[in-house]
Write a protein that binds this ligand. Sequence first.
Ligand code: KIV
Length: 316
Amino acid sequence: MVDQARGRMIRRVRLGPYLLEGTLSTISPVSVSMPARKKVTTLALREKKLNRQVITMLTAYDYPTALVLDQSGVDAVLVGDSLGMVVLGYENTLPVTMEEMLHHCRAVARGAKHALLIGDMPFMSYQVSVEEAVRNAGRFLQQGGMDAVKLEGGRERLETVRAIVAAGIPVMGHLGLTPQSVHALGGFRPQGRTAMAAKRLLEDALLLEEAGIFSLVLESVPARLAEWISQRLAVPTIGIGAGAGCDGQVLVTHDLLGLFERFTPRFVKKYADLHTEMQRAFGQFIADVQAQTFPGPEHSIEMTDDEWQQFLKDAG
Ligand code: KIV
């Protein structure tokens, strides 16, 4: 096609889902035809491992973030109990309740329609009894719109995992640094760094797999240990601070976006600095309002002169 005004050659090229149009120097997308995305299932994660495709998971706690994550094509969205720290401002994850989790799960489920949705069972929702654990796990699916649950712990959780799985609820395990045990572990510290601790971690991973988990989060453990465990499990491992040898990676979204300023673990890569960007935007709003440059005419609602005159007459 030739641009009549300038006599330049206009090209149209299809690149994946994008239809691009323009001259060689101005080419830009004119349409996107994304193939309909299939809902991600626990089986799809297993297939990814078999096909050596890396799994991606991020956390979300609200509707807009879930919407963007889903559109970005992430495989799984975890409504983590990290909610307590990065959204609710608690010191650690221990105060988070079932009601708080379910409230945020529902918001995420309204936003993310394709990613596998996993709800994190909060402290004391699965430790007291197996019956209570099954009931609470069920609430994540029935009332929270989740597809699966995650819980922390190894050999001491096998009965609980088996019972939840037997109820038809997929379970993701979580080993290594398990934040709900922050006091027992003596702080947020890496795990599995001695030969004995590493062996125990591997044993726990194998036992959890036997109990029926569909996937396992490995948090803050040596990279070579995580890789070793990943190679021995049939179910996919998702690492956070566990090196590149896991079958997938997860980060807390607020860490990745630079939205949680209290501390940033060494294993986090910040892909944005939204804290600074929000400071800039809020500061600009305050300055505009104080300088009376906002709202401008383009942000204001008008009424006709006739209606205004009538109003003045009626109002006396
Ligand atoms: O609560 C959470 O966000 C988590 C991830 C760190 C895996 O458990």
